[in-house]
Design a protein around this ligand. Structure first.
Ligand SMILES: Cc1ncc(COP(=O)(O)O)c(C=O)c1O
Length: 443
């Protein structure tokens, strides 16, 4: 009789009571509820890898600036929809110094997280030109982006990039663009969930196709600068690879949640290429009252959704960006910890029979960062999610992220501090020993 780290009768009962038909396909929220229930019943703490929430504190420069702004009374004043001028300037400087993108401050604005940037990016791109109302998602990806497209009434297509890296990417993308109805291509880089990073050649391919087919690249930089194989923490070279070097049809969607540990403050930034910002589209006026892209983005989308971003948080982000651009605050050194965790956690997985599913960029092993993917021979990703629950480990299956690999899970390292590494190692060791012997906890 195998004794799993979490009493198997408690896990089985909680699964049965949850009403979730297939645990491996459960949403993150449903999984959270289930794990909370098992933890309560068993008194054991899980190793939580399902949720992509940052586990680090916001920088003191942001906290102090926000407190000072509140004390000064900005809380009583509506900020401009397009952002306070100081922040617009700071974003413009930031994208120049870290991406080498020349974008006027007028074309840079704060958003309520990268999430809102993606939403507005799709909203305006998908209505810009009559007949172009489809978004192509390069998967695997962040499932909520597809829900956003759905809520906006846009059509969408997606494909798993696993088999289309390098030279194969162009032909695959073109097969969608050729149809003529694609408004935008959305991808995250580094990628959630796989942590692959597009190479410069791949970004060039995306950029050139966007120009040729008049399609907008929505480049989701939710994990800005977090490819720790290079040091992107200081202004100037090396620059963060970006499609902005290869086309004028782009919006950079940058989040402050992970790179600046400000998730709770719900702030991000969108930087729209100058050319796109001032361009016109025949579909815009009926929706937004203006035929100009940037005007539609700011006074159509931003105004109607939330009329701007929290005033004091804008001040916090301004000061943070200024410190980063002045070389006084190396944001990467603060968050490198995620990469260090991934390195050790990957090793524990791999020492115990697991392998990395999305393992390479070109011929280079992927970076250690916020996420990685792992699979165990003989188990589908959905089965693995369920099996791991008996071992006190929670994660989501890759299939829920648009991956076509039916093996594998996404591991998020953010909530697993070094104090849990021994538990992780021990639990994975037992998992491997039991499963090598043919044991299955779930069925
Ligand atoms: C790929 C991707 N895009 C956007 C976001 C959301 O970022 P924000 O917190 O800035 O809204 C996330 C957060 O997990 C993400 O993984």
């Amino acid at each position: 009789m195998v004794q799993t780290p979490i009493d198997s009768s408690i896990v089985s009962k909680a699964i049965a009571n949850s009403g979730i038909e297939n645990i491996g396909l459960a949403s993150i929220r449903a999984l959270l509820g289930l794990v909370a229930e098992i933890e309560k019943e068993s008194g054991e703490k899980f190793i939580r890898m399902e949720m992509g929430i940052p586990g680090l504190s916001p920088p003191s420069v942001a906290i102090e600036a926000e407190i000072a702004a509140l004390k000064k009374g900005v809380g009583a004043l509506y900020p401009p929809f397009a952002g306070i001028p100081e922040l617009k300037e700071a974003i413009s400087r930031f994208v120049k110094l870290f991406i080498n993108a020349d974008i006027e401050s007028n074309c840079c604005l704060p958003t309520v997280g990268g999430m809102q940037g993606c939403f507005m990016g799709m909203m305006v791109s998908g209505r810009r030109i009559t007949g172009k109302d489809r978004v192509v998602f390069i998967d695997p990806g962040f499932p909520v982006n597809k829900l956003q497209a759905q809520v906006l009434g846009l059509k969408s297509d997606s494909f798993d990039v696993y088999s289309y890296r390098g030279e194969k990417l162009g032909e695959k993308l073109e097969s969608y663009l050729k149809k003529g109805d694609v408004a935008a291509i959305l991808y995250s880089n580094p990628n959630n969930p796989s942590w692959i990073c597009f190479t410069d050649d791949e970004l060039k391919t995306i950029g050139e196709l966007c120009t040729r087919y008049d399609v907008i690249a929505l480049e989701d930089l939710a994990y800005f600068g977090m490819d720790f194989r290079q040091d992107f923490g200081r202004p100037g070279e090396p620059y963060i690879p970006s499609v902005s070097q290869y086309t004028d049809n782009y919006i950079l969607i940058i989040s402050a949640s992970k790179s600046f540990s400000m998730a709770g403050q719900r702030i991000g930034m969108s930087a729209i290429s100058n050319k796109l910002y001032y361009s016109k589209g025949d579909g815009l006026e009926t929706w937004f009252g203006s035929d100009q892209f940037g005007h539609s983005f700011t006074y159509g989308a931003m105004y109607t959704i939330c009329s701007g971003v929290c005033h004091s948080t804008q001040v916090a982000l301004t000061e943070t960006l200024n410190a980063v651009c002045d070389g006084k605050f190396d944001y990467v050194s603060e968050i490198k910890e995620y990469g260090e965790r991934a390195n050790i956690m990957k090793k524990h997985f791999m020492d115990n029979g697991f392998y990395i599913v999305y393992d390479k960029d070109d011929d280079q092993p992927i970076a250690d960062g916020f996420y990685f993917t792992a699979a165990y021979p003989g188990l589908k990703g959905t089965e693995l999610v369920e099996e791991l629950l008996y071992y006190g480990i929670s994660a989501i299956s890759l299939i829920t992220t648009g991956s076509e690999k039916d093996e594998g899970i996404r591991v998020c390292v953010s909530l697993t501090g070094k104090d849990r590494f021994d538990d992780l190692e021990e639990r994975l060791k037992q998992f491997h020993k039991d499963h090598q012997a043919g044991f299955r906890a779930g069925k």
